[in-house]
Design a protein. Structure first.
Length: 94
């Protein structure tokens, strides 16, 4: 069995997803706006992380990974948040 694979239950936080859906019912287009904003910010943060990796700027890597971790967690993207947490921890060492 391949231990690197996670089942869907481990990839997203269903409570957060349910909360986002609930908020969407209260405010029209809430979820669409949040997803669009998340995707735009994620793309930008990933580019910033890549550039920081290329310039070996550990402080920037940590800061951008921290930002992406929070954004991912708030959207229920648990795997991405965990990956960002690892990047943040590793970049802060040494």
């Amino acid at each position: 069995m391949d231990n690197t694979k996670l089942n869907m239950k481990d990839r997203v936080d269903h409570e957060i997803i349910d909360e986002l859906i609930f908020l969407n019912k209260k405010k029209e287009n809430f979820l669409n706006k949040q997803i669009k904003l998340f995707l735009e910010n994620t793309d930008d943060l990933i580019k910033k992380i890549q550039n920081s990796l290329l310039s070996n700027n550990r402080n920037e890597i940590s800061n951008f990974a921290h930002s992406l971790k929070g954004a991912s967690a708030s959207m229920g993207a648990i795997n991405l948040a965990k990956l960002c947490q690892c990047m943040e921890i590793v970049s802060e060492k040494n």
